[in-house]
Design a protein. Structure first.
Length: 158
């Protein structure tokens, strides 16, 4: 008889490995999609974090929103600011952690990017059911939230 928790853990392991592969392919295909806009997937993530927030964000806020490191967020913000996609604003709560706001160029570019992304996403969802998509999203969100929970320790048998 199959041990259900171990079987479920094995399936989750397969899901995790698939998520890793999907992430790699999304970054690759994302790079191709936004290359005409002088972007990469990493730059798109940073622009998207601020655009989605609808307000200027600090480096730690961008990193948290997109699940990337602070160093990675800072590197992309520096490049994007230098190229005119962002401008810095004073952060009254933390002098050494400014807010980054989209410029007109940044807003225009993220708008063009999202137009391309919408067409791309519509092609990817062809043939998938709304229920399957919602179930997948729900399950991934539950796993994501559990990653922040302490892992229960197995008790030693006595």
């Amino acid at each position: 008889m199959t041990n259900e928790p171990e079987s479920k853990a094995a399936i989750l392991t397969d899901i995790i490995l698939t998520v890793f592969r999907v992430n790699g392919r999304l970054l690759e295909k994302g790079d191709q999609l936004v290359k005409p806009l002088n972007l990469t997937s990493a730059r798109w993530q940073v622009l998207g974090a601020v655009a989605q927030a609808g307000k200027p964000l600090s480096v730690p806020q961008v990193a948290e929103a997109m699940g990337i490191t602070r160093q990675g967020a800072q590197k992309q913000l520096n490049k994007l600011e230098k190229e005119g996609f962002f401008e810095q604003h004073r952060n009254p709560r933390h002098e050494r952690s400014p807010f980054y706001a989209l410029t007109e160029l940044g807003n225009r570019t993220i708008s063009e990017t999202m137009t391309l992304q919408k067409i791309w996403a519509n092609g990817l969802v062809a043939g998938l059911t709304l229920q399957d998509l919602n179930n997948t999203l729900q399950m991934l969100n539950v796993v994501f939230e559990r990653l922040d929970s302490p892992v229960p320790k197995k008790r030693a048998r006595t």
